[in-house]
Ligand binder design. Structure first.
Ligand SMILES: Nc1ncnc2c1ncn2[C@@H]1O[C@H](COP(=O)(O)OP(=O)(O)O)[C@@H](O)[C@H]1O
Ligand SMILES: [Mg+2]
Length: 320
């Protein structure tokens, strides 16, 4: 495969179950890197992954994964592709160490290489002491880590992670998202990761594909989706009144600013406005901690606007 060939592509892919069309004329390309596939429950995310792996036949359309057709080369694809299924697939009475070693051996690695690789991936996912305990006693977070480890153990080129943060509390979810970013950064593995939470993958994924009722709603780079809002967030040193004083000084210069928590948000209409923020901070002896472009979040892009115009997005607060 050449450098910028897509890692997978579908053309007019349709998958019908007896009573529902789960994928509907879906044409899409995914390139190396981290791609988020987002959509509400029932949008077709898991069905897409199963068709890509050759676990389910397509009803019509064409599919290629790493240049291969899952309808005829499913085994070759699975040798190069890891899969973390959505639902629990772990034997309760086996330890993660034994399970992951078993999966490594099954993939055809020699015994010693399997041991090394299993121990590497278990370390990578942060299962240390616990790896020798039976997985039936694991927390959801530990189970998700064991599922991720088994998806990585044969050193795949590409992994499909189906809702890896499902059931996790916010802290465990952030840890899992960090791990996923490192799967790509440390191992060079391309990642396709699904979520029913639209905003969840914006920090992790380079590109986002949005599915809706089996159809492609959007496919774009994350940065194109989360376009600049034309405002910057300014944080000044200390817990005192610095944010309010800065906001007022900017207003005095005719620059629109409003409070946002302990920060100040500033509308940038001219490049000089950015310099003005720095000048004002120096004049008032306020240490600048952060000056950051505020981008739209994916939630803002996809969720319907609030029904009442009174609570629409116009900045309020100290703006004139
Ligand atoms: N094995 C199945 N048999 C029949 N219908 C299914 C099956 N699996 C999924 N579906 C239906 O297909 C649609 C897409 O499901 P799925 O791919 O699981 O979506 P997601 O993973 O985005 O939640 C849903 O309407 C779901 O009810
Ligand atoms: Mg699913």
């Amino acid at each position: 495969m050449t450098g910028d060939a897509p890692v997978l592509e579908t053309h007019a892919l349709t998958k019908r179950y007896p009573s529902v069309t789960a994928l509907d004329d879906l044409t899409l390309q995914v390139h190396a890197g981290i791609t988020g596939v987002v959509g509400v429950n029932g949008a077709g995310k898991s069905t897409l992954i199963k068709v890509l792996l050759g676990l389910l036949p397509a009803t019509s359309g064409r599919v290629h994964v790493l240049g291969m057709d899952p309808a005829v080369q499913a085994r070759d694809i699975r040798a190069l592709v890891g899969y973390m299924p959505e639902h629990d697939c772990l034997p309760a009475d086996v330890s993660a160490a034994d399970f992951v070693l078993h999966m490594a051996t099954m993939s055809g690695l020699p015994r010693q290489a399997s041991r090394e690789r299993a121990s590497d991936v278990l370390r990578h996912v942060g299962l240390d002491e616990e790896r020798h305990r039976a997985m039936g006693g694991y927390s959801t977070g530990m189970k998700q880590r064991a599922k991720l480890a088994q998806a990585l153990v044969h050193d795949p080129t590409l992994v499909f992670l189906d809702e890896p943060t499902s059931g996790l509390d916010p802290r465990a979810r952030d840890d899992m998202l960090d791990l996923i970013a490192r799967v790509h950064a440390d191992f060079g593995i391309s990642v396709v990761v699904t979520s029913h939470l639209l905003g969840e993958l914006e920090r992790t994924a380079d590109r986002i594909v949005v599915l809706d009722s089996g159809r492609l709603l959007r496919a774009s780079t994350t940065s194109d989706l989360t376009q600049s809002t034309g405002t910057v967030v300014v944080e000044v040193l200390g817990a005192g009144d610095g944010d309010r004083i800065l906001g007022q000084a900017l207003l005095d210069r005719g620059i629109t600013a409003w409070p946002a928590g302990d920060d100040v948000e500033v509308r940038i209409e001219r490049p000089e406005d950015l310099d003005a923020i720095r000048d004002v901070a120096v004049e008032l002896d306020l240490g600048l901690v952060r000056l950051q472009e505020r981008r739209h979040t994916l939630d803002e892009v996809f969720l319907p606007p609030p029904s009442s115009p009174a609570v629409a997005s116009a900045p309020g607060g100290v703006a004139p």
